[in-house]
Write a protein that binds this ligand. Sequence first.
Ligand SMILES: [Zn+2]
Length: 67
Amino acid sequence: MSTPKCPICGRPAAPRPGNRAFPFCSDRCKLIDLGKWLGEEYRIPGPRAGDGADAPARPEEREDDEP
Ligand SMILES: [Zn+2]
């Protein structure tokens, strides 16, 4: 098994027993990743419009509700 790389800095990330920040190499990189999430730099790969959900796929049409 190869050592996984930290997705933030690319350095080898130590395995979990001794690295509570896994899969990051350190708490610092873990916090950087968290900051990216909070800043919405990352897109959450969740369900998209047209994926079976009945959420409005075309927000523009909602303007029809206005008089
Ligand atoms: Zn790192």
